[in-house]
Design a protein around this ligand. Structure first.
Ligand code: BGC
Length: 755
């Protein structure tokens, strides 16, 4: 008997039930009688939101000050697992100092549509980016003796109707796109907990979905931790427990615990199933207790603010920089325009909102660098109602400031009310007055730099006209300093887009299927999410996935690829910093299989590396494409399969900037699909046992099949038509020569010879 089993055995039925739901908003229940303490879990993900007094859900009563690191939309743009891990370590330290057991993050849901109100909390439109960076976050946080909660499992890709809607997804996109990132994090980093999502997946609530919570998560991926519900995600408590939901949060005031007790007493729920969940709660409590006090306070506020600034600098993506307008010389006279320069938008609204230890603003930080004249003009108002006169007045002041300076730096973005947890956006546009402001400022000052603050992607209709654009996403509490670092070149930008910036909302993959209706959303675009869609349809985009410029120039040599003994592909490429300053390049590897037997995107990201190179430095970069990442989900056998063939491996600076390509042969997995009467002749012919026998029989029949003569166009063999013919129906064509019994015997022989 394990220690956990022994503890479970000491509990009464009521105590067991009580342990599997929260005591309050953030605490589990203690069982003092046998020394099981309560533990605290709290949001997450990009900072600690430990509410001091009475808890509220989204009301966000004051929480203990904590470092607000860049939310996932920013941090993810670093494409740097080592940096994400360091941020994770700092988050873990803050969690430990505050005596919290589990930090509720990371969020690794795929950005299916740019309209999702919570995209700022997610990492990417690509599962490899989300998985690799999510795993780095989990390892970093957990290295400090506290837990994480991988969320929101699964397919929570919109806020609209999130507590009910069913994400209706075919098996391949579900496995290859929506679950792949979760799988990577579980297999690589073993988060202490996984948080199930509110929504349904193919009709079944995530919270009571045995396929998701047990078969996939535990049996296939080997998850060893505890499954917690998203707050209020449990629909039916007994069904949830049976499906594999261990801990319901927050408290139900004992109501659903009583349901569990009643179900056991009525013989409807085996007590063993409850014991399993209780055991997992006890294991979690034990881990938390063992890790408690690992990091001694007080929090080093300065050190963590400095890390938040470094991370924010690495999150910024330089979208455009014509004629090297950036970086700015410190003695440039600058007009800083836009409300976000003084009142930063640095995080998204909802459960992840952190009470920062301090807050930089860009204007002050620009002034700290500048030796030239810096003037500020508000440019636009973020208020709900702004009269046309007021907007015109603000615009004209901005134009005056811009024309008097040598450069205008324009801070644009989404006002906080336009994106939040709990609801989606209606469009991807910046407010109209900001568009008018850009035009007016550009007319007066061609040297204009746009700095964007937005959690979800925005359309950039001015992208061709503005010489420099920095995508600043939401950068956390030190974003103002980081923006100044990049503007003046103290930091060389190295962020790249983890999501495509489209030209128009109607170009986006989910446009016709978002957010669904009557609590169902059909993922009609299938595998073609993000760049997979734009590439397949050859659509123009504003800026492609993986794009991001630097103040230096990187040159790529010829790539080489070879398959290692374990089946992974090792890719080597020489990258040279051919410019005047040190910088970082995110080297990306995409793969494709021309002529594949299954539907595939034009190319898919398989590996990436963030590489630091000093000016003039050249280095061979080695990346690994894991064999597991070449797999597609084969719906005939419900398994991951590597298709054999000559794969094209592209080494790239973005999904649309391929620098070198190489072809490498990969040996595939053997897939043997069980044969039945509906198997086509083609399928039967390619079976190693049945194939030769049928070949023989066909040869002996020759052209004697009634009606076979002269029906095919000249030059086309009868084989072409016959290949698609279900073998069971051959009997109708072959007269007495072939009986159903003969066919069944043949199929049985073939199937029984299967390995
Ligand atoms: C959110 C979770 C969060 C939880 C606790 C839910 O509404 O979806 O991400 O961790 O609340 O605040």
């Amino acid at each position: 008997m394990t220690e956990t089993d022994a503890t479970v055995a000491q509990l009464t039925l009521a105590e067991k039930a009580s342990l599997t739901s929260g005591a309050s908003f953030w605490y589990t229940k203690p069982i003092e009688r046998i020394g099981i303490p309560a533990i605290m879990v709290t949001d997450g993900p990009h900072g600690l939101r430990k509410q001091a007094g009475s808890a509220d859900h989204l009301g966000l009563g004051d929480s203990v000050p904590a470092t607000c690191f860049p939310p996932a939309v920013g941090l993810g743009s670093s494409w740097d697992a080592a940096l994400v891990r360091r941020v994770g370590e700092a988050l873990g330290a803050e969690t430990s100092i505050e005596n919290v057991g589990v930090l509720l993050g990371p969020g690794v849901n795929i950005k299916r549509s740019p309209l999702c109100g919570r995209n700022f909390e997610y990492l990417s439109e690509d599962p490899i980016v989300a998985g690799v960076l999510g795993a780095a976050y989990v390892s970093g946080v957990q290295s400090q003796g506290v837990g994480t909660s991988l969320k929101h499992f699964a397919a929570n890709n919109q806020e609209n109707d999130r507590m009910r809607t069913s994400a209706d997804i075919d098996p391949r996109p579900l496995r290859e796109v929506y679950l792949r990132g979760f799988q990577r994090v579980v297999e690589e980093a073993q988060p202490w907990t996984v948080m199930c999502s509110y929504n349904r997946v193919n009709g079944v609530y995530a919270s009571e979905n045995p396929w998701l919570l047990t078969q996939v998560l535990r049996d296939e991926w080997g998850f060893e931790g505890l499954v917690v519900s998203d707050w209020g995600a449990v629909n039916e408590r007994v069904a949830a427990l049976v499906a594999g939901l261990d801990l319901e949060m927050p408290s139900s005031n004992g109501r659903t615990d009583a349901e569990l007790v009643a179900a056991v007493e009525a013989g409807e729920l085996g007590e063993k199933a409850l014991d399993v969940a209780v055991g997992r709660v006890i294991d979690l409590v034990r881990k938390v207790t063992a890790g408690a006090g690992r990091i001694a306070g007080p929090l080093d506020v300065d050190a963590h603010h400095a890390l938040a600034r470094e991370a924010a600098g690495r999150s910024i993506v330089l979208l455009r920089n014509d004629d090297g307008i950036l970086p700015l010389a410190t003695d440039t006279s600058i007009a800083v325009i836009g409300a976000f320069a003084t009142k930063p938008r640095y995080q998204g609204a909802g459960s992840s909102m952190i009470n920062p230890t301090r807050l930089d603003n860009a204007l002050d930080e620009i002034r700290a660098f500048a030796t030239g004249n810096v003037v500020f003009s508000e440019g636009f108002s973020t208020a709900l109602e702004v009269s046309a006169d007021e907007a015109a007045r603000l615009r004209s002041e901005a134009v005056d400031a811009a024309s008097a300076a040598s450069v205008a730096v324009l801070f644009l973005g989404l006002p906080a009310r336009l994106e939040s947890e709990g609801y989606d956006r209606d469009d991807i546009d910046l407010p109209a007055d900001q568009g008018e402001l850009v035009d007016a400022v550009l007319a007066a000052q061609p040297n204009t730099v746009v700095v964007l603050s937005n959690g979800g992607v925005v359309a950039l209709p001015f992208a061709d006209r503005v010489p420099a654009i920095l995508e600043g996403w939401l950068l956390g509490q030190a974003g103002g300093g980081a923006t100044a670092d990049v503007l003046f070149g103290a930091v060389n930008p190295s962020g790249k887009l983890t999501e495509t910036i489209p030209l128009r909302l109607r170009d986006t993959p989910a446009f016709l299927d978002f957010p669904g209706e009557f609590s169902h959303v059909r993922y009609g675009e299938g595998l073609f999410v993000g760049y997979r869609w734009y590439d397949a349809r050859e659509l123009e985009v504003a800026f492609p996935f993986g794009h991001g410029l630097s103040y230096t120039v990187f040159e790529y040599g010829d790539a080489a690829a070879s398959v290692a003994a374990d089946g992974d592909i090792e890719v080597r490429v020489r990258v040279t910093n051919a410019g005047p300053v040190a910088g970082r390049e995110v080297v990306q590897v995409y793969a494709s299989l021309p002529g594949s037997a299954v539907q595939r995107p034009v190319r898919e990201l398989k590996a990436f590396a963030s590489v630091e190179l000093s000016a003039g430095e050249s280095r061979e970069v080695v990346l690994t494409v894991r064999r597991a990442d070449l797999e597609y989900w084969d719906v005939r056998v419900d398994q991951w399969v590597v298709e054999g063939g000559a794969y094209t491996v592209d080494v790239a600076a973005s999904s649309r900037d391929i620098r070198s390509s190489v072809v490498t042969d990969v040996v595939g997995d053997e897939v043997r699909v069980p044969l039945n009467r509906n198997s086509s002749l083609g399928e039967v012919l390619s079976d190693p046992v049945a194939g030769p026998l049928v070949q023989q029989a066909l040869a002996s029949m020759g052209d004697s099949m009634p009606g076979a003569e002269g029906i095919m166009p000249e030059g086309v063999s009868m084989d072409k038509m016959i290949q698609a013919f279900p073998i069971g129906r051959i009997t109708m064509m072959a007269g007495d020569a072939v009986t159903p019994e003969m066919i069944d015997a043949l199929l049985a022989a073939a199937n029984s010879a299967r390995p």
